[in-house]
Design a protein around this ligand. Structure first.
Ligand code: EPZ
Length: 431
């Protein structure tokens, strides 16, 4: 298993190109199941989760081809892929695959909408909480699907096709909104989704669906209206920049000091996180090339945050912000309201010398003047990268184990950071 070695203390200076968003790429790829025509996605990040989803989709019959590198192109820039589901050959998504990546459960919606049936394994729990799928199933039932649970599988049928309906989500769900949008696009009649997620990734999926011929209004607001069409066509779409990757490197820069341009990052996608960073003492400038983040000289101040659905502070940046607060002056309260068990990083940050106490859904972080390098263990994707941020500022060497979690969601992490002056190297299992 690969490890990452970091010797802390170097400020970050330079340019970090922001990759295509993982959490947009996954639903966009799944949407290719909705049509027999080709969906071309540009700026698709090179990530383990993307490769796994390719395997899952090809099992259902999706052909996949990838453009070679073009003259003058940065080898780390996103890929262009063409996906064609000419015929769906299998409407079952097996446990072996779904259990490895939760988002693959979302194939339920396009399979049901296009084939009138689907058999998809329940995803099971995961490191950040129980993460049920009751609201996703409720949305499909509202659209006329009959759902049974059999031997760990969701068996869904809509022999006469799906029909438009009102879907009212009692709590905001990103995955629920994605699958309601996909299924409603091919349902008969009009669907209105209430309390829809407003995350930019939902807007990106809606943009692709509209290019494919879907009739979607209101994406980005809490009420989305979809008028179903009989079939969808092919389209070409560029994956939006990864706001979580951008926010992560913004926090790394604030942590180490220095000055970094996050090329392609968009302020409107992460304003709540930028506000917290500014309050903590970082300088943020919105430029035509992207976001420029710096912290020169002055120290960090403690700031309280609570995670919330977009446009609130993203849960996917909570661990990274906690890493930052371990080194701030004062006491910060970090409240996690989305997932019940997303504090796996607390123990590992403590190994680096952080002072953190948990009180229910709140972590109380007492800033310390310096962290100290140590061996630590990556647990989930965002928790792992919070350890990278802390290690970049810690005195001495840290060794991060189980970095396959990072490879799921951060493209070229070591290269991006070392180009900006970080002392970070991957030690592959053979080395
Ligand atoms: C998406 O997960 C993201 N995943 C997550 O990113 C992100 O943390 C999350 O949204 C919240 O922003 C992808 O986009 C692939 P939800 P999702 O449905 O859609 C509860 C990362 O690190 N809920 O918005 O699965 C749920 O338990 C990942 O990149 C139900 O109760 O999240 C949670 O408390 C991790 N019943 C809340 O809603 C349901 O049927 C929000 O979850 C569905 C969800």
């Amino acid at each position: 298993m690969d490890r990452i070695r970091i010797v802390g203390g170097n400020p970050l200076n330079g340019v970090i190109p922001i990759s295509g968003a993982k959490n947009a790429a996954l639903p966009l790829m799944i949407a290719s199941l909705l049509t027999d025509r080709t969906v071309t996605l540009e700026n698709l990040p090179r990530l383990a989760d993307v490769s796994l989803l390719v395997r899952i989709l090809s099992n259902h019959g999706v052909d996949y081809s990838i453009d070679g590198r073009r003259h003058g192109e940065d080898p780390d820039s996103g890929q262009t892929v063409h996906m064609t589901a000419r015929e769906i050959v299998d409407t079952t998504a097996p446990y072996e695959l779904v259990s490895r990546m939760r988002a693959s459960f979302w194939v339920l919606a396009p399979l049901l909408a296009r084939c009138g049936q689907a058999r998809v394994s329940l995803p099971g729990g995961c490191a950040i909480g129980t993460r049920p799928v009751d609201l996703l199933l409720m949305a499909m039932e509202r659209l006329g699907a009959e759902i049974d649970i059999d031997a760990g599988y969701v068996v869904a049928r809509a022999p006469g096709g799906l029909r438009g309906a009102e879907i009212v989500f009692p709590k905001v769900t990103v995955g629920g909104t994605h699958i309601a949008l996909m299924a409603a696009s091919l349902a008969r009649g009009t669907t209105v989704i209430h309390n829809a997620a407003r995350e930019p990734e939902v807007g990106d999926l809606a943009d692709l669906l509209v290019k494919m011929g879907a009739k979607v209004k209101g994406a980005g607001s809490p009420v989305i209206e979809v008028e179903g069409v009989a079939r969808l066509g092919g389209a070409k779409h560029r994956v939006l920049p990864d706001r979580i990757e951008a926010g992560t490197y913004a926090m790394a820069t604030a942590m180490t000091g220095g000055d970094v341009l996050l090329e392609g990052a968009r302020a409107e996608h992460l304003q709540a996180a930028l506000d917290a960073l500014i309050e903590a003492g970082a300088h943020v400038e919105d430029t035509p090339q992207g976001l420029r983040v710096s912290r020169n000289g002055n120290g960090l101040q403690a700031v309280d945050i609570a995670t919330a659905p977009f446009p609130g502070f993203p849960t996917d940046l909570q661990a990274q912000f906690m890493a930052l607060m371990t080194h701030a002056s004062g006491v910060s309260r970090i409240t996690e309201t989305i997932f019940e068990n997303r504090f796996m990083h607390v123990q590992e940050l403590a190994r680096l010398g952080a002072h953190i106490r948990l009180e229910g859904d709140t972590a109380i972080v007492e800033g310390v003047p310096a962290l100290k390098g140590a061996p630590v263990m990556a647990t989930d994707l965002r928790a792992s990268v919070s350890l990278v941020i802390a290690a970049l500022a810690a005195e001495g060497e840290s060794m991060i184990q189980r970095v396959y979690h990072l490879d799921r969601g951060f493209e070229a992490l070591e290269r991006k950071l070392s180009r900006c002056g970080a002392d970070i190297t991957r030690i592959s299992s053979g080395g």
